[in-house]
Ligand binder design. Structure first.
Ligand SMILES: CC(C)(COP(=O)(O)OP(=O)(O)OC[C@H]1O[C@@H](n2cnc3c(N)ncnc32)[C@H](O)[C@@H]1OP(=O)(O)O)[C@@H](O)C(=O)NCCC(=O)NCCS
Length: 143
């Protein structure tokens, strides 16, 4: 049974375990990023029983646009609808705060990340050249 909620300090070890699985870049996120995200309710987690199996972190940019920064589901639990569940819980929260749209992104070479966004109703709004390659940005209306 999968549940989704905002992360608390007790979830930190589980979050770190997933982060380690995905950290293969020198620009990977620093521990403080997650400390702050937990403190300010900027990270949702998916739990399988008591184990953290995925997370979605975000910030509201420009003061009016929620932006998904990280969306990760552990390999063993992918393709089971958990990414979609994290996203729908995020959307529910953003709707309840009266935001009309959300923005997200994925590396251009990340086929699964891009197909996930399209399947979930995002449309591409352009791409940027980042230090690691091209990043595609996506927008989704919440109305
Ligand atoms: C992208 C990611 C979060 C999706 O999580 P997930 O729990 O596996 O996704 P879901 O099971 O909810 O799948 C939803 C849709 O995404 C797409 N998708 C997910 N996994 C896919 C795969 N392996 N191949 C192709 N499409 C895939 C499909 O369209 C899928 O819909 P479907 O099952 O009806 O075909 C996960 O693959 C992941 O953590 N990837 C590494 C990190 C990453 O790339 N994050 C996204 C960019 S920030």
């Amino acid at each position: 049974m999968i549940s989704v909620r905002f992360a608390a300090n007790e979830d930190r070890l589980g979050i770190d375990k997933i982060t380690k699985e995905f950290s293969d870049h020198e620009y990977s996120h620093k521990p403080k990023y997650f400390t702050d995200a937990i403190e300010t309710n900027n990270i949702l987690i998916a739990l399988h029983d008591k184990t953290v199996v995925g997370y979605l972190s975000f910030h509201v940019i420009w003061g009016n646009t929620p932006f998904i920064e990280l969306l990760r589901v552990v390999a063993s639990h992918q393709k089971q609808g958990i990414g979609a569940l994290l996203l729908s819980e995020f959307e529910k929260n953003m709707r309840s705060e009266d935001y009309d749209e959300i923005v997200s992104s994925s590396e251009k070479i990340n086929e699964i990340g891009n197909s996930f966004h399209k399947k979930q109703g995002f449309h591409s709004i352009g791409e940027l050249d980042m230090v690691y390659g091209k990043e595609i940005f996506y927008l989704k209306s919440l109305s």
